[in-house]
Design a protein around this ligand. Structure first.
Ligand SMILES: [Zn+2]
Length: 129
């Protein structure tokens, strides 16, 4: 263990339940990703060749919905994996950009927060440009 005065890291008693929670979430997300895939008419390959136009449209809508949701789920899974890695490295709660501690109120709302509120705002500003 490193001894450093200004390095505050969370004690294991705080991190253990977070890790448990995140692993549980990851499992749930993977299950819903599978379910979403099963709902996608394009992936199943069970489209009727003699589909009416209406049925085609419905399938397209269903595919788009399933695809959009799967992307969302994938993003959440990636965020959880990143967070678990950061916990392992002892970097949990430290802003990946400026290195400051992330506000614990913010972490309480978003366990997978990677940046402090200031850096997050800056990143969003840069994105919208
Ligand atoms: Zn920051």
């Amino acid at each position: 263990m490193e001894k450093s005065k200004n390095k505050i890291s969370f004690p294991a008693t705080v991190l253990a339940p977070i890790v448990r929670f995140l692993r549980g979430e990851e499992k749930k997300l993977k299950t819903s990703r599978k379910e979403l895939k099963n709902q996608d008419p394009f992936i199943l390959g069970n489209r009727d060749s003699d589909n009416s136009v209406d049925a085609d449209v419905a399938e397209n809508v269903e595919h788009d919905r399933s695809y959009a949701l799967r992307r969302q789920v994938n993003r959440s899974i990636v965020a959880i994996r990143k967070t678990l890695t950061r916990i392992k490295l002892g970097k949990y709660g430290i802003c990946a950009s400026c290195g400051k501690m992330i506000d614990t109120d913010r972490l309480a709302i978003r366990l997978t927060a990677e940046y402090c509120i200031d850096c997050e705002k800056q990143r969003e500003k840069a994105k919208s440009k």
